[in-house]
Design a protein around this ligand. Structure first.
Ligand SMILES: [Cu+2]
Length: 116
């Protein structure tokens, strides 16, 4: 039964994304971005995205890491090797984050207003 719900959610998301892609004047639609965690660093360390972008972090280290916003806007659980965490940035601003296990690991997501 869980699979049925998952398939329905995925179908709904796919349908919604098709509508967004088909909408006229959507040239400024955000491109989603991936940040890799490797050798105890976020790569790239700083990314600049347009509001509405979903940022996905992927841990490539054989060590657990977390993604923890300094101001509490988002926080992942421990990500093992190969695990991912995603957050959609709806509000423009500058979001600093750390790995709460290794606080020397720091990164920034800069979110700009959507283009008109
Ligand atoms: Cu870490």
């Amino acid at each position: 039964m869980k699979h049925c719900i998952l398939v329905r959610v995925l179908a709904a998301l796919l349908f919604a994304s098709l509508i967004l892609v088909a909408a006229p004047g959507s040239a400024a639609a955000p491109a989603n971005t991936t940040i890799e965690l490797k050798t105890f660093m976020f790569s790239p360390t700083t990314v600049t995205v347009v509001a509405g972008t979903t940022v996905t972090w992927k841990n490539l280290d054989p060590e657990p890491h977390t993604i923890a916003s300094v101001d509490g806007a988002f926080r992942s659980g421990a990500l093992d090797e190969g695990d991912k965490f995603s957050f959609t940035f709806a509000t423009p601003g500058s979001y600093r984050y750390v790995c709460s296990i290794h606080p020397q690991m720091v990164g920034t997501v800069i979110v700009t207003p959507p283009a008109q």
